[in-house]
Design a protein around this ligand. Structure first.
Ligand code: MD3
Ligand code: FE
Length: 209
């Protein structure tokens, strides 16, 4: 469990984004996975379609007032209900605790996007710009198998840096990193024992409005 107001200096910075390695321990990671099982039971994973009609390889759902969604007809956006019509479940407390620990001055997040990477899943380089206020950070939490994260600048095609993100790692995207191009090139399937059958979960906490 993360104490509110717990602070720790980041371990390093990549592409302007501070990284905290193993911000929380294996017991806290398992607690978070249990909370996420309840989120997925209320709001089942789906594979959004890109703007071009191709299903993404990452399974997704959300918690909070808004969830991220995409389909061929309307493209990328936030919606206030799961595609089934059910309300999004609340953001679990242990997840909120991480936000308040690393972004104490930010507004409360209103979306926790849950990305599930099974063997072979990846996410191409993109910017996150469907939110209204880029002065608010995005906080990323990694769970399970390691993922190779790539981050560049605010222009597509510029130089990039890569770093492996492991279970319990936390990343803050703010200031110049908030609009950086970023993605996940590959997963080291089976590198963590946290999730039965392997896989990687990434949570991103966002202020949408
Ligand atoms: C840099 N997720 O959900 S987390 C995403 O691991 C997303 O699932 C990846 O990119 C994942 O949009 C990367 C790191 C991350 C998250 C949000 C960012 C980096 C970011 C927002 C702005 C800049
Ligand atoms: Fe992103």
């Amino acid at each position: 469990m993360i104490a509110k107001g717990q602070t720790r200096a980041p371990d390093f910075v990549v592409g302007g984004a501070p990284v905290w390695k193993a911000f929380f321990d294996a017991a806290a990671q398992a607690e978070m996975v249990e909370a996420l099982r309840r989120v997925v039971a209320a709001a089942p994973l789906f594979s959004p379609e890109t703007r071009w009609g191709k299903p993404m390889s990452v399974g997704m759902t959300s918690a909070g007032r808004y969830g991220w969604y995409s389909d061929r007809s309307k493209g990328y956006r936030y919606i206030d209900r799961h595609p089934s019509g059910a309300p999004w479940p609340p953001i679990p407390d242990p997840v909120l605790a991480v936000w308040h620990a690393v972004a104490p001055d930010a507004r409360a997040p209103d979306c926790c996007l849950v990305n599930v990477y099974r063997a072979g899943a990846k996410m191409g380089l993109h910017q996150d710009r469907d939110e209204a206020d880029f002065s608010q950070p995005v906080i990323s939490i990694s769970l399970g198998d390691e993922g190779l994260f790539r981050i560049g600048g605010t222009l597509r095609g510029g130089p990039t840096q890569s770093v492996w993100l492991a279970s319990g790692d936390v990343l803050a995207l703010r200031e110049e990193a908030r609009l950086a191009f970023h993605g996940i090139d590959r997963i080291r399937h089976g590198s963590s024992a946290l999730l039965k059958g392997g896989g990687r979960i990434n949570l991103t906490l966002r202020v949408v409005d």
